[in-house]
Design a protein. Structure first.
Length: 127
């Protein structure tokens, strides 16, 4: 008999964000990798569980596309999109945000991931 916890899959969305110390391709790629690794690990996901990914970056990050960094990390077959975050006065600078659509067991809770200074965006969530 199939295990209902592993066979009852749902399309889920997981949010996350991370700040980047500076606007270099290396720093953006490193932060993107750290953020995606944390989303996968905290939610018990494999790359094959990911359906699609939407990244936004603040207007002060222009040296690299987060999706390009994600492709180099193994998400080359995953549909991804990058967009610019709204330039709202007083918003957090040098920030990459992500929305990961994935297939997860319905009974498993999602764990959103906010790292570095981006933790300030969601103090209501447990670390």
């Amino acid at each position: 008999m199939p295990d209902p916890v592993t066979t009852d899959l749902r399309l889920r969305a997981i949010r996350g964000a991370i700040t980047v110390p500076g606007d270099s391709g290396h720093e953006i790629a490193e932060a993107t990798g750290e953020l995606l690794a944390a989303v996968l690990e905290r939610n018990g996901l494999a790359v094959d569980d990911i359906v699609s990914v939407v990244f936004t970056a603040t207007p002060d990050l222009t040296a690299e596309f987060p999706a390009a960094a994600a492709r180099r990390l193994g998400l080359s077959a995953t549909p991804m999109l990058c967009a610019q975050e709204l330039a709202v006065e007083g918003s957090m600078p040098r920030c990459i945000r992500v929305l990961v659509h994935c297939s997860m067991p319905a009974a498993r809770a999602t764990r959103h991931v906010y790292l570095r200074e981006a933790r300030q965006l969601r103090l209501d969530l447990p670390e």
